[in-house]
Design a protein around this ligand. Structure first.
Ligand code: SAH
Ligand code: SF4
Length: 346
């Protein structure tokens, strides 16, 4: 939903400017799927707006619901026929979180990630990013799902900081009281670790949470798993984190997907502890351990018992560490499993 376009359409259609507030209420507060549903607007105007300023710039090709009902995934088709996947998660009984994509594909090629395996097609616009949230709000209303969608994580397909301007604009729209009205503290942006982007993000959005995908705390191993590490090694990421903390008081999440025998050994826990201690202010970091989700690579997931042991080592060293529950793996909607970018076939 582009409110600028709606305002222009109103003018064009000769409608009064106060109609814009009615549109915003219908679209954002009531999650109307079409102008037809916003019945305070005159019939003629609804038809004109439907043509001139469509509510969504994307449409669902398919949706899937996980066995436990706590994860939903949609393949969303964009105007040019490309598609991204987007996820709706229910981490607690009445709260919903949208996990949005920021690019069609991704150029960074992390070796365990399905998005990376598909290569990069293009950046998403701000509207294509925020419309994923709007799509899920409309979906919740249509399906009668209770609770509020009040959390957004930029953890879908693509690297948010490699599409900085559009991501920044989408964040402003999500936080805009007249639009999505989602609190900065309820938004998290995850990055593979691009130093300039991280510093800029800290300056522009000190209240929005940042997560960094670490996965290894030793350069040689990290360069193998996360090729971006060759351009932006750990020391550069650490410097960026230090600068970021000069601006923001938010806790930083360090993501770490456990791969059996690869980055879950004792020496890996030791490197991680050393790395976090080296950052100073240990209390400002939180290690989020993720069990590897199947993406058709040769990697195997660490068992839960082993993952707990890894977590215990971090805790014993005074780090904060949690083991994330993997939602949506049965519909390939969990971390790293999102794919599909091409036009529909057949
Ligand atoms: N490009 C950004 C945003 C994607 S977030 C980033 O990399 O941070 C998706 C998260 O899931 C990242 O932490 C990513 O490293 C992780 N991930 C990728 N593949 C995974 C897999 N197969 N299993 C578990 N986590 C994975
Ligand atoms: Fe891209 Fe993130 Fe996947 Fe790496 S983990 S390939 S940066 S989406």
């Amino acid at each position: 939903m582009d409110m600028g376009r709606a305002a222009a359409a109103l003018k064009e259609l000769g409608a009064a400017p106060y109609r814009l507030r009615q549109i915003a209420r219908g679209v954002f507060a009531e999650a109307a799927s079409s102008y037809e549903e916003i019945d305070v607007l005159p019939l003629e105007l609804r038809r004109g707006l439907e043509r001139a300023a469509p509510i969504l710039c994307l449409r669902a090709r398919s949706t899937a619901v996980s066995e436990d009902g706590r994860a939903r995934k949609a393949a969303l088709e964009l105007a040019d026929g490309l598609a991204v996947e987007s996820v709706l998660l229910k981490p607690s009984p009445r709260r919903w979180t949208a996990c949005v994509s920021t690019q069609v594909g991704c150029a960074f090629g992390c070796v365990f990630c399905a998005t990376g395996a598909g290569g990069f097609s293009r950046d998403l616009t701000a509207e294509e990013i925020t419309d994923q949230v709007l799509f899920w709000r409309q979906h919740m209303r249509r399906e009668g799902l209770e609770g509020r969608l009040d959390n957004v994580v930029y953890m879908g397909m693509g690297e948010p900081l490699a599409n900085y301007d559009h991501v920044a604009q989408s964040l402003r729209r999500l936080m805009d009281q007249r639009q999505h009205a989602i609190g900065a503290r309820h938004i998290s942006v995850s990055t593979v670790g691009i130093p300039e982007g991280m510093e800029r993000f800290g300056e522009d959005f000190p209240q929005v949470n940042m997560a960094v995908s670490l996965h290894a705390a030793q350069d040689e191993l990290r360069s193998r798993l996360v090729p971006a590490n060759r351009a932006y090694p750990l020391a550069a990421v650490a410097r960026a984190l230090d600068k970021y903390l000069g601006r923001s008081r938010r806790k930083i999440l360090l993501e770490y997907a456990l791969l059996s025998g690869v980055n879950d050994r004792d020496e890996d826990a030791r490197s991680l502890i050393e790395f976090v201690r080296g950052l100073g202010r240990v209390e400002l970091f939180h290690v989020n351990l993720i069990l590897y989700n199947e993406t058709g690579t040769a990697f195997r997931a660490t068992t839960e018992a082993e993952a707990r042991r890894f977590q215990e080592r971090l805790l014993a060293a005074g780090l904060k560490a949690t083991l994330r529950q993997g939602l949506g793996a049965d519909i390939r909607g969990a971390c790293g499993q999102l794919a599909g970018g091409g036009p529909a076939h057949g």
